[in-house]
Design a binder for this molecule. Structure first.
Ligand SMILES: [Zn+2]
Length: 216
């Protein structure tokens, strides 16, 4: 089995965490979009060099180059026995990827809007050292004060419920057609998380079980 897996899910769904925990157990690399961009640029790969030009001029990197960076990465030798691609992309990019690499299964981390808001709005950041506190798991010793440096903790604009709702709308615009695309191919696994406070391990086991069933 050389599973080429895509993880999808809204911000706060935990897909990055799950992907990074499951990939090593399958002995395949976890590929996160942010990382591959930094890596492609640092290594000055052909696509990295193209992306760099846009970065340096402060312009948005065009979709074809973002897709190019992803394809360049998933065609590296370490991906020949599979990978987990944790990437928010759209149908157009999925089609381009399919021309080069066969995606075997897409795992969607399905968390309700309230669940996403519950998870993301419980974050505060230190103004001084930028340490992030997820108040669901870690409470600072003194409310509103950073344990590490004594700085003031605040909620980022981005993490306020209204901003989260907006981010979700933006996400859904791209993701809904993409989910349809994989559903029609018959390779979509939907993992529903009803309780946003469940420990990650519970969802990880659920995903592993679903993958096992899918490939059996
Ligand atoms: Zn601090």
């Amino acid at each position: 089995m050389a599973p080429n897996i895509v993880f999808l899910g809204p911000p706060g769904s935990g897909k990055g965490t799950y992907a990074s925990r499951i990939a090593p157990k399958l002995g395949i690399p976890h590929i996160a979009t942010g990382d591959i961009f930094r890596r492609a640029i640092a290594k000055e790969t052909p696509m990295g060099l193209k992306a760099k030009k846009y970065y340096n001029s402060g312009k948005m990197v065009p979709d074809e180059i973002s897709t190019g960076v992803v394809i360049e990465r998933i065609t590296q030798p370490d991906c020949k026995n599979g990978f987990i691609l944790d990437a928010p992309y759209d149908v157009q990019q999925a089609r381009e990827i399919d021309k080069r690499v066969k995606i075997d299964v897409a795992v969607n981390l399905d968390l309700s809007e309230e669940g996403v808001i519950h998870r993301l709005s419980k974050r505060v950041v230190c103004r001084k050292c930028a340490n992030i506190y997820n108040l669901r798991n870690v409470r600072p010793k003194v409310d509103g004060v950073c344990d590490k440096c004594g700085g003031e903790l605040y909620e980022r604009e981005d993490d306020k419920p209204e901003a989260i709702r907006k981010r979700l709308r933006v996400y859904e615009e791209r993701a809904d057609p993409l989910l349809d695309y994989y559903r029609k191919k018959g390779i979509l696994i939907n993992i529903v998380t009803k309780d946003p406070d469940l420990p990650p391990q519970v969802t990880i086991e659920k995903i592993e079980k679903a993958l096992k069933e899918f490939f059996s």
